[in-house]
Ligand binder design. Sequence first.
Ligand code: ZN
Length: 333
Amino acid sequence: MPPGPGDGDRKDTHMRRTVPASSYVAVALTVALTAIGLCAVGARSEPAAGRPLTGLASLAARPAAHPFGGDAAGRDGIGAVAPERGVTVLAEAARADGREESLTVATGRDGTVTITAEGPGAERGAGATQVRPATATAGCADGSYTLEGFRVIRTLPFYYNPANAPANVRSTALTAIRNATHAVATGANRCAITRRLNSGATYSGATGRAAQLGAAGKCTGNDGHNVVGWGSLPSGYLAVTCIYYSDGKVLNSDVLINWNYRWFTSRPADCSNAFDVQSVVAHEQGHTFGLGHVDAKSHRAQTMATSLAACDTSKRVLGLGDYRGLAHIYGTR
Ligand SMILES: [Zn+2]
């Protein structure tokens, strides 16, 4: 059952522009947000009727400061190369400074390219330290979720590219990434719900293929291989995910984690300003499986909340809303 709207404070700014078809379209945008930023909300097309849009809210676009249409290689903007006809790419950026970014670039069957972003009001100005880690069972009374409008068909085969992994997590990151991906795919949660989702993920092995993102956080292509890997992203980005889909079906999802940040897979006792690989990947794969964001203020304990505190490990599995969103898409068994 979809929950009712959570907070009713949706005040998204929705921006769209259509540009002529071209073989290459670079776009950049920056949207401002609250608190320690996990990646950005699904910047996406108009919500489908009946879709359980809850308090998503998320982003505040600031077109004056960060106009669309810039060079995607710019320092302060994610971007995407326009995909092939009939395909949309959603670029999601997880930021470490409390702001969020996302955009969609859709190439219509007629070749028209449409760039869309949406977000909530102004930057709320919170910093990383202002987001408290959720408790281990938090989020089990909150059934709110939002959906992106696409789904993984059957199971998600995914690869891991270990190149560039930070030394301190080199031997453990794969397990964290696998655990996070399987948690999302099967519905593992912190709310004692035992019914599994009718979806799955299969680890397909290590690969030398790169997640197809440029160093500026630009989605550069869709080779049909779902890769999680490490690389350099602009300062401020924890991770960027590029999801290609067509007719509501995911074609490809790549996750690039910024190796310039401090990461851990086992929370150190003196943890400070380091991020949990498993929690970040669970959030990113939540997007891959079709979840959008919920507002960080109203639904902060959900894995798909727009914020993640440094050192927080509570979001390795799903909250109630996250689970219900996926159950809405895939059903349970
Ligand atoms: Zn996100």
